[in-house]
Design a protein. Structure first.
Ligand code: IMP
Length: 183
C-alpha cells in the first residue's frame, strides 16, 4: 500500500470508508428517490468522496461543482472563505445536496449555505464525510448527514490535502507534526 513518509498513522481505513459511504448512499437514496436531486461537489477536497457517494446513489440525480477555499497552504483555517458559486447553476426549486469533505470551523459551509439559500432551492441539505465538532466556530452548526466524527487533528487523504498533496491516498491519515508545524 502506498504510504508516504510524512504519514504518521492511518485514522480511517479504505475499507471503513467504503462501508460508511455505501451506508450513506443507502440513506440518501431513500431520501431523494423521485426528487431528481442536484448533488453539489465542493471542490477540491470532496471530489473523491463525491465520486464514490454518487455511485452509491441508486436513483436519478444531477451533479454540479462549486469551489470554496479557506485554508491556502496552511493547516490552520484563515477564517476567510472564498466562494465561487457557478453563475450558470440554477438552484431554484431544486432539492440541493451539498457534499463536503470535512466540517471544521464550519465557516465554509455556513457561508455556502447562506449563499445558496438566496437562490431559492426547494430544499437544501448538507453532507460531510468528516466532522471535527471540537473545532466549531459557527456555534451549533451541524451537517444533515455525516460519516465520521474525528478529534482535533489535521488529516489528509481521500481528497483532503496539505499544500495540495496527499489527495490521492485511499484512506484518511494523520500527518507527522513536523510536516506542518513550521507553517
Ligand atoms: P471550515 O470552513 O473550517 O469548516 O473548513 C472546511 C474546509 O477546510 C474543508 O473543506 C477543508 O478543505 C479544510 N480543512 C479543514 N480541516 C482539514 C483537515 O484536517 N485537513 C485538510 N483540510 C481541512
Amino acid at each position: 500500500m502506498y504510504c508516504p513518509n510524512e504519514i504518521d498513522r492511518i485514522l480511517i481505513s479504505e475499507e471503513e470508508i467504503k462501508q460508511k459511504v455505501a451506508e450513506m448512499g443507502r440513506v440518501l437514496t431513500k431520501e431523494y428517490e423521485g426528487k431528481n436531486p442536484l448533488f453539489i461537489c465542493v471542490l477540491k477536497g470532496s471530489v473523491v468522496f463525491f465520486a464514490d457517494l454518487i455511485r452509491e446513489m441508486h436513483c436519478p440525480l444531477e451533479i454540479n461543482f462549486l469551489k470554496a477555499s479557506s485554508y491556502g497552504n496552511s493547516s490552520v483555517s484563515s477564517g476567510n472563505v472564498k466562494l465561487d458559486v457557478g453563475a450558470g447553476i440554477d438552484f431554484k426549486g431544486r432539492h440541493v445536496v451539498i457534499v463536503e469533505d470535512i466540517l471544521d470551523t464550519a465557516r465554509t459551509l455556513y457561508a455556502l449555505k447562506n449563499e445558496l439559500l438566496t437562490r431559492e432551492p426547494a430544499s437544501l441539505k448538507l453532507v460531510t464525510l468528516l466532522d471535527k465538532p471540537s473545532r466549531r466556530v459557527v456555534k451549533g452548526f451541524t451537517a444533515d448527514y455525516e460519516g465520521f466524527d474525528i478529534d482535533d487533528l489535521f488529516v489528509v487523504g481521500y481528497g483532503l490535502d496539505y499544500d495540495e498533496r496527499f489527495r490521492n491516498l485511499p484512506y484518511v491519515a494523520v500527518l507527522k507534526p513536523e510536516v506542518y508545524e513550521n507553517t
